[in-house]
Design a protein around this ligand. Structure first.
Ligand code: PLP
Length: 232
């Protein structure tokens, strides 16, 4: 099977899963944007995805992303940055990303704002909220209790548009339980930020659970593109 056929097959399986999950949740599939996470995969795969109608792609490492975005500049894609962000890279990421989903501390805001300003346009951001137990090792994302302060920093920045929340279900926990907490965090958040309705949640293994709690964006990599180097 050719690589393009492999990608076509993966994409069609994932699109069917999203449709079935929307059906079961009584939601319109048009409310759920598929972001294909292309980390570790070459620009040729991004091109194949674009040919197959994909319009949103995600990357999680700055160096890889900056090269890939440049090589795929003619495709008119919307690029989401979904990875952990160092504050000294924030301005650089804002210079090519269309959406930064992993804003988890006020320290990032200045760099993002500067990068967006230099590029001469607003940048969409999501706040990444942690669903891990407080104090857990290796967690990324803001504590739910810190979201309002973080949101205020984003809103006050000028060139950043607060669009909503992003989360990753903790490894080893039932995603329905984790996303149940996320749904309640989001209900509170949207009360104070009524325009920030985006919810990015759900990956290859748990997109159905995310669609059930109202995800507007699912970030799917391996179910479409296959295993990444190092995956089992
Ligand atoms: C890699 C990655 C994904 C996609 O994961 P898969 O399990 O391959 O679908 C989603 N979100 C983030 C933040 C990622 O880093």
């Amino acid at each position: 099977m050719s690589r393009v056929d492999e990608i076509r097959g993966g994409l069609s399986r994932v699109r069917s899963r999203i449709e079935a999950a929307c059906d079961a949740a009584d939601r319109d599939p048009g409310e759920v944007t598929l972001v294909v996470v292309t980390k570790f995969f070459p620009p040729a795969d991004v091109r194949a995805l674009a040919d197959l109608g994909v319009t949103h792609v995600g990357e999680n490492r700055h160096q890889e992303a900056v090269d890939k975005v440049a090589e795929c500049a003619d495709l008119g894609l919307t690029w989401h940055f979904v990875g952990g962000l160092q504050s000294n890279k924030a301005a650089a990421v804002a210079s090519y990303a269309d959406v930064v989903e992993s804003v988890d501390r006020p320290k990032l805001v200045h760099g993002l704002q500067r990068g967006a300003h230099d590029r001469g346009r607003d940048l969409d951001v999501l706040l990444q909220v942690s669903l891990d137990p407080p104090g857990g090792a290796g967690r990324s994302g803001a504590d739910p209790g810190d979201l309002d302060e973080l949101a205020a920093a984003v809103v006050g920045s000028g060139a950043l548009r607060l669009r909503g929340l992003m989360a990753v279900a903790p490894l080893g926990e039932d995603p329905d339980a984790a996303f149940g907490r996320l749904a309640s965090i989001r209900r509170d958040f949207v009360e104070t930020h009524p325009d920030a309705t985006a919810l990015s949640a759900g990956m290859s293994g748990d997109l159905e659970a995310a669609v059930r709690v109202g995800a507007t964006h699912v970030r799917v990599g391996s179910a479409i593109l296959g295993p990444r180097p190092g995956d089992k």
